[in-house]
Design a protein around this ligand. Structure first.
Ligand code: FES
Length: 606
């Protein structure tokens, strides 16, 4: 677990005083060309300046308002006070000092009129890097403020500024994850999950959508945090630290069972403090997540997996906070042995779990392969008993558990693809099993164990409970089926895909994607288009989860039909959801301001 550079939101305000004697002077323009009181913009070696002639003297300041970047050259001066015309922040024209209590100062630069009759501005050495640091500091403060204020626009502004100044996605994601884990007393939230998905899907989305993806995750985090910190907890003292792992694991499972989340948290923190390793931590968490039946409709296991992916991505920086929320999920989410829905499957599952030691031993000592496509059809059966028997037989024969997870993910994609729109209120169920099956596939990579085998049986039962969502089954595009339209290029097809999504023409969108795949067109562009359709909406977590499961299992498979099903399932899920576009508009506005464009000049058709 190495350390990575971390954004420090408490960084002090950068020093902006300038010593004229150290400056290098640059010619601006003949002094006679300046009109009294009017600002003129200049760019000197990448540094943006607003220069004013006021009461016979020249003044130069940073041209970007420290509030939200509006050009100060468009501001006006009243009694020596420079006023930004967007939100009317006021600054001392001479020094750049901000007249708001908590506002940032503008940097001011010396100007002199030389014998050639021209105005010359003094730029201090290293000003370009200083300007970058000012923007980074501003971005960090704006990010924290945006998170506190729950403002998508402030968050988007901060993300645009941070990215332009060279902050890495890892730094921004780490800050968001830390804030999201620390500033709440709840469990793992959709916001931190989306931010983790942003990390996982970074290479699957177009560069133009990267900021938007970050804003989605950060906005969701801001909506689910209170601003007050999680109660402090600490690892056990190091003296006499002779508890072995078996004891700690037994205690952890007992405390989770008793819903004693403070004690369970201390055990996780102790494991981390003693460098017990990722596999041990994962084993503890996945075991506790599967000690109960399909905890939280699979979310406990799914979020546990996301937590480990997130920690790996940020190289375990801030792990002491990021580890903690999952305990809340483990203790507080629904345990399906306590629900009537699962009453019929409990005796069957309990009987299987009484043989878990033997199943695990057989699995570890035998070797077998699985036809993923065939077994996906088995898992789509109506009756869970014979399906569970087939799962047990496959495990005893030595099929790697991850192969069964792949079959479950394929079956979940088919459930999604055949989801009839009349079931509209139940979309989350197919998303849950699809994401759960993918998470389980990943979990076996983190920490395979006999306890984790139970999760395969849980998922197999839940898949049968969802069979009603495919009755009647939605039609699936036939091989060779096409829309009755001619497309000059892949781009034209994908643009039309976006239009079909706008009008929720779900089946037509699937036909178009099927045609795109059969014509062997560029898959990366299709991924970009599907991700963009999702990101331009105020998408909720399930849409992101479905996209990730579809993309990852498309990559894992060499079967053209399985690949096709995953992408059609993602298309169906994403085009069928109707949501708003507020996050897109906030991000676009913020990016325009960052580029120095005026919102008043935006074209609202795009
Ligand atoms: S006051 Fe200048 S951008 Fe808001």
């Amino acid at each position: 677990m190495s350390t990575a550079r971390r954004l420090d939101l408490s960084e002090v305000r950068p020093q902006i005083d300038v010593d004229p004697a150290t400056c290098v002077y640059h010619r601006l323009a003949p002094a006679s060309e300046f009109a009294a009181g009017e600002g003129r913009p200049f760019t000197i070696e990448g540094i943006h300046l607003a220069v004013f002639l006021y009461e016979g003297s020249f003044h130069a300041v940073d041209n970007r308002c420290p509030h939200m970047g509006y050009p100060m050259s468009k501001g006006s001066i009243r009694d020596g006070v420079l006023i930004c015309h967007w939100h009317h922040w006021e600054f001392d024209l001479k020094t750049g000092g901000c007249l708001l209590t908590s506002g940032d100062d503008l940097k001011a630069f010396p100007v002199e009129v030389r014998d050639d009759g021209c105005a010359w501005v003094g730029i201090p050495p290293g000003e370009k890097e200083e300007a970058r640091l000012r923007l980074v500091a501003r971005g960090k403060r704006a990010l924290e403020q945006g998170l506190k204020d729950r403002s998508s626009f402030l968050i988007a502004k901060a993300v645009a500024a941070l990215r332009q100044t060279g902050a890495t996605p890892q730094e921004i994601i780490q800050q968001g994850l830390y804030y999201g884990a620390h500033k709440t007393s709840d469990g793992w939230s959709s916001g931190v999950a989306i931010l983790t998905l942003a990390a996982n899907l970074w290479d699957d989305i177009a560069e133009d959508d990267h900021n938007l993806f970050l804003v989605h995750g950060l906005t969701q985090i801001s909506r689910r945090t209170s601003g007050s910190s999680r109660r402090q907890r600490f690892p056990f003292p190091r003296a006499n630290a002779d508890q072995n792992l078996a004891t700690l694991k037994r205690w952890f499972r007992t405390f989770i069972d008793q819903r004693h989340h403070g004690a369970a948290e201390r055990i996780l923190l102790t494991l981390h403090d003693r460098d017990c390793g990722k596999e041990t931590l994962a084993d503890f968490v996945f075991t506790a997540a599967t000690d109960f039946y399909f905890t939280g409709d699979g979310h406990a296991l799914d979020f546990a997996n996301k937590m480990f992916e997130a920690l790996d991505y940020v190289e375990w920086v801030g792990a002491r906070e990021i580890l903690r929320p999952i305990v809340v999920d483990l203790v507080s989410r629904t345990r399906h042995e306590e629900t009537s829905r699962w009453a019929d499957s409990l005796p069957v599952l309990e009987s299987i779990f009484s043989r878990l030691d033997e199943i695990w031993e057989d699995n570890q000592s035998n070797e077998a392969t699985l036809d993923v496509a065939d077994f996906a059809q088995v898992m789509l059966g109506d009756d869970f008993e014979p399906i569970l028997a087939r799962v047990e037989a496959a495990l005893r024969a030595g099929v790697p558990p991850a192969q069964l997870c792949r079959a479950m993910t394929y079956a979940s994609a088919l459930r999604t693809l055949r989801f009839h729109l009349k079931n509209e209120g139940d979309w989350h169920d197919v998303a849950n099993i699809y994401s759960y099956a993918h998470a389980l596939y990943a979990a076996f990579d983190y920490a395979a164990s006999k306890e984790l085998l139970r999760a395969i049986f849980h998922g197999a039962v839940f898949l049968t409970y969802l069979r009603w969502l495919n009755m009647p089954a939605a039609r699936v595009p036939r091989h060779g089926q096409k829309l009755d339209e001619h497309f000059a290029s892949s781009e034209a097809m994908l643009q039309h895909l976006g239009e079909l999504a706008d009008f929720q023409k779900v089946f037509e969108a699937e036909v178009l994607v099927s045609q795109y795949l059969e014509e062997g067109r560029d898959i990366a562009k299709l991924r970009h288009a599907l991700a963009h359709i999702m990101l331009r909406e105020d998408a909720e977590l399930h849409m992101f989860q479905v996209l990730e499961a579809a993309f990852r299992h498309y990559d894992l498979s060499s079967d053209p039909q399985e690949k096709r099903v995953h992408l059609l399932a993602a298309t169906r899920y994403i085009t069928a959801q109707k949501v708003m576009k507020n996050i897109l508009w906030s991000t676009q506005n913020a990016e325009r301001l960052q580029r120095g464009e005026l919102l008043s000049e935006r074209d609202d058709d795009d």
